[in-house]
Design a protein around this ligand. Structure first.
Ligand code: ADP
Length: 514
């Protein structure tokens, strides 16, 4: 039975009940008058007529109210969406009993029609011809798209449709349904846009190394580009957000290939490097106390260099795994004190060679943490390694751990070295980012902090930096206690690994976010 048939049958039933009740009351009143008041037949007819008249008026008033409620609801919905009476509230569909399905269906059609009319009007408004504007926008040799306040595309030039491989007219389509972007950090386009919508009337932003998911160019490369966006709240022409893409597929895919090649080459270094480190350890043990001071110094420097090389190899391999979504963490119950002591112990020699002492400040007790020991080793060693590299002659590094009020385990690595200028802080965790001021003097890849962030985030923690130029830096991160990790993954078996993945690409729209 469709909605209209259902409504018709409801009305029929209602009228049937009302008429039957009306007649029953009338007959009842006639019977009562004749038996109890011994009226003549004329008297009984008069009583029945009067009662019938009163009841008909009563039922007519009540039925009108009841039967016209669906009509009044539809009327209120139309008034609600009409531009002159927009302050009229929307009808409350929940309070309906008669014809609820039919009215709900009709009202939703009315709202849909209104939004179509709105879009058509906006498009018509935009289509007001302005030859110069149209010429520039259409022939701009860069992909350009303009969205309204609902993120629907109001204009996309030919370069844009070609770039996103769409033949159909993009006008009216939602931007996020047309373009699936992935960013190398969590400052994504949609986050910026919602922030701009909430706080700023006008804003502009650029992103580097953005990927277009789901599309391969003819040569099999994933399109990669820089993106620039401009936001103008309540623009009178409804041109609220503008995005321009600057294609760098060639350059960025060459970087990716270089990274893959590097990872392949570096992979071959692993075995000889492990052997080398093993032999150095054997030599150190066997020749302890038998070497001259000079030889002892050489031996230490050899051990430090092998350690640094091993950090480099692991960083490259891990970044490559993250890029290819092949980086899995095996979270287990670990003592955080032991983990930190282990890393600091291993890096102490690296620091001593540079005249630096690493102080370890740990509370007496800390809850056990749920971490992947090997990956966490990379995080802490990268932070301490940086503190040594950028120490600028200072002699102290402080590694501290504490339990926060939220029950997380926070670790900080503080140095008193070169510090970081404010302009560099927002990019410090980006892939390949290196601060230009010390890039020339101090070697590095710009991957250590990127990797540390990916690992900490995959553990469910957060990483941050607090630094000022010339005054040293403090890097901090949190990890979860094992109890929280286990309850999240609904396992309490201490022996079982909890497997989580780290991803290098952050999807743009929260709807699609991993
Ligand atoms: P790398 O050290 O290999 O260049 P990272 O990703 O570890 O790469 O660090 C990125 C950039 O952050 C570095 O090039 C440096 O400019 C800055 N940086 C990192 N740690 C420190 C620190 N402790 N003090 C000052 N600058 C730092």
């Amino acid at each position: 039975m469709n909605h209209l048939q259902k409504f018709t049958s409801q009305v029929r039933n209602h009228l049937l009940v009302v008429l039957l009740a009306n007649n029953a009351f009338m007959i009842g009143a006639g019977w009562y008058a004749s038996t109890h008041n011994s009226l003549s037949i004329n008297g009984v007819v008069i009583v029945m007529c009067v009662i019938g008249f009163v009841l008909t008026i009563g039922f007519a008033v009540l039925s009108t109210e009841y039967l016209t409620k669906p009509l009044r609801t539809i009327w209120q919905a139309i008034i609600h969406i009409s531009p002159d009476t927009a302050d009229q509230p929307a009808p409350n569909l929940a309070s309906l009993s008669l014809g609820k399905d039919m009215v709900t269906n009709l009202v939703s059609h009315i709202y849909q029609l209104a939004s179509v009319v709105d879009t058509v009007q906006q498009t018509a408004h935009y289509n007001k011809t302005d030859p110069q504007r149209d010429f520039v926008a259409s022939n701009l040799p860069l992909p350009l798209a303009i969205m309204d306040k609902n993120d629907n595309i109001v204009f996309a030039n030919l370069a844009f449709s070609t770039y996103v491989h769409q033949d159909a007219d993009l006008q009216g389509k939602n931007f996020y349904s047309v373009i699936d972007l992935a960013f190398s950090n969590d400052r994504t386009f949609d986050r910026w846009l919602s922030d701009a919508k909430a706080n700023k009337a006008v804003a502009a932003q650029t992103w580097e190394r953005v990927r277009l998911n789901g599309i391969d160019n003819e040569d099999g490369r994933i399109p990669q580009f820089d993106l620039a966006a401009y936001y103008n709240q309540d623009n009178p022409d409804n041109l609220e957000t503008m995005v321009v893409l600057f294609d760098h597929t060639m350059q960025y895919s060459q970087d990716d290939q270089a990274m893959s090649f590097l990872a392949l080459a570096v992979h071959e270094l692993r075995t000889p490097l492990t052997l080398l480190r093993g032999y150095i350890e054997v030599f150190e043990e066997e020749l302890e106390g038998k070497m001259s001071a000079e030889l002892d110094d050489y031996m230490k420097k050899m051990a430090v260099s092998a350690g640094q090389l091993s950090t480099f190899v692991n960083t490259i391999l891990n970044v490559s795994r993250i890029e290819n979504d092949q980086f899995n963490l095996h979270l287990r119950r670990e003592s955080w004190q032991d983990t930190l002591k282990g890393v600091v112990n291993d890096l102490q020699l690296r620091a001593t060679v540079r005249g630096i002492h690493i102080e370890l400040d740990l509370p007496d007790s800390l809850p056990a943490v749920g971490v992947d020991r090997v990956s966490m080793y990379e995080v802490v060693s990268n932070l301490i390694d940086n503190a040594i590299k950028y120490s600028n002659g200072s002699a102290r590094i402080i590694v501290k751990a504490r339990e926060t009020r939220e029950g997380l385990i926070e670790t900080t690595v503080q140095d008193f070295g070169v510090g970081i200028p404010a302009s560099a802080i927002t990019h410090i965790f980006d892939k390949f980012y290196r601060n230009h001021r010390n890039r020339a003097q101090i070697g590095g890849t710009g991957l250590g902090l990127y990797l540390a962030k990916a690992i900490v985030t995959a553990h469910g923690g957060q990483i941050w930096v607090n630094a000022h130029e010339g005054q040293g830096s403090t890097f901090g991160f949190t990890v979860l206690p094992y109890s929280q990790v286990a309850s999240k993954s609904e396992t309490s078996d201490n022996k079982a690994d909890i497997v989580q993945s780290a991803h290098g690409w952050i999807k743009n729209h929260s709807l699609y976010r991993r």
